[in-house]
Design a protein around this ligand. Sequence first.
Ligand code: FES
Length: 169
Amino acid sequence: MKTKFTANFELSPQLEEQIVAIAKRYHNEPHQLMKILLDIQKVTSNAIPQEVATVISRETGIPEAGIYGFITFYAMFSTNPRGKYVVRMCESAPCHVTGAKAVMDAIIRTLGIQPGQSSSDGQFTLEYCQCLGVCESSPAILVNEELYTNLTPGRAAALMKDYMRGDVK
Ligand code: FES
């Protein structure tokens, strides 16, 4: 399997040390890959670029192609650097019928970016995703690992403003 990681990522020695330390926290266990990647993403611009995957591969023994396959299978991972906060709007049918479009429009207006874009200050990336598993409380969004449900355009805009002000960590 050919890997298609993005180029242009600066892996400093300090960052590499952090990545090694995170893998060690999970005893470099291959079956802990999900937790390892989630923690590493927090220190690598919400992404697992190739240089990072190379370190993880070295520490865990998992082939790079296997790590790439894992990253591309799960929507919460990316090979491209993203904002500090990745906002994901569920676009599956139940959320769609309960008003996901109006919620997404409010988020777009508030953040000033379109789906697939990142804000110029590096704070936000906006994406669509598939069902988040909380259809009974739709529409729903995920901000990094935090789930928000029963959203209205007003609540979504207020929530984004909270993040913009730094009121939500
Ligand atoms: S369809 Fe949106 S959470 Fe299931």
